[in-house]
Design a protein around this ligand. Structure first.
Ligand code: MD6
Ligand code: FE
Length: 215
């Protein structure tokens, strides 16, 4: 019997995308029911909404947040804010299942003691996309980012530190996690337009959660 057949062994080892960036195929599957249930209660409290870019464009991705800080985009720019501007109230607290998942995924990728204070929730309906960007609104880039895909599949674009660097195309499926830190922390990345489809649990959408230590 090989090690991989023991109960509790992860499905596969982290797949390196670059120095400091890993794809963890199916890592969220054992957490899936809890993540889904807690996600439902977060977006009931702080509904998904289409934010506007500083340039005045409505984003095709609908967003919400939970945790001590939430990511906000409007005409004034991008920032983290403890208050949800739609409701004038703090963001919902981050569910324990989210914190636990993020911590385990980070540890699996060599980032111990990750304690996220912000979780961004992105909902992609078919056709929604995210153009190449860097995640650079966080205070300290020594912390990784943990991301999980739920629902419809998508193609993740993973580029370089310059926006014009050629991007790899990484197919992401329900339950896949990506962890991102170290020298990969400021790589450009994005998501190609999501294709039409139906997911048994999530319906006609893809949800991505990204966990950060923002403050
Ligand atoms: C998405 N993700 O997968 C968008 N950022 O829908 C991100 O923008 C992202 O997955 C930083 C690290 C991992 C990510
Ligand atoms: Fe990002």
């Amino acid at each position: 019997m090989t090690m991989g057949l023991f109960v509790g062994e992860p499905a596969a080892s982290p797949w390196p995308l670059a120095d400091g960036a890993f794809l963890l195929r199916g890592f969220a599957l054992p957490h899936e029911a809890a993540l889904r249930e807690d996600l439902g209660s977060v977006i009931e409290q702080a509904p998904l909404r289409h934010m506007v870019t500083p340039g005045g464009f409505r984003m095709s991705v609908a967003m919400s947040c939970c945790g001590a800080l939430g990511w906000v985009s409007d005409q004034r720019g991008y920032r983290y804010d403890p208050i949800d501007p739609e409701r004038g109230l703090p963001w919902p607290p981050m569910p324990a299942s989210f914190v636990q998942f993020a911590r385990e995924a980070a540890a699996q990728s060599g980032f111990d003691h990750f304690v996220p204070d912000a979780c961004l929730i992105n909902r992609y309906e078919p056709g929604a996309r995210l153009s190449l960007h860097q995640d650079r609104d966080e205070r300290d880039f020594s912390h990784p980012i943990v991301s999980v895909s739920l629902g419809l599949p998508a193609v993740f674009l993973f580029g370089g530190t310059r926006r014009t660097d050629k991007a790899q195309r990484v197919p992401l499926a329900h339950g896949d996690a990506v962890v991102w830190g170290g020298s990969a922390r400021l790589r450009h990345h994005g998501v190609l337009p999501v294709k039409e489809g139906q997911h048994p649990f999530m319906g006609a959408c893809r949800i991505n959660l990204t966990f950060r230590k923002a403050g």
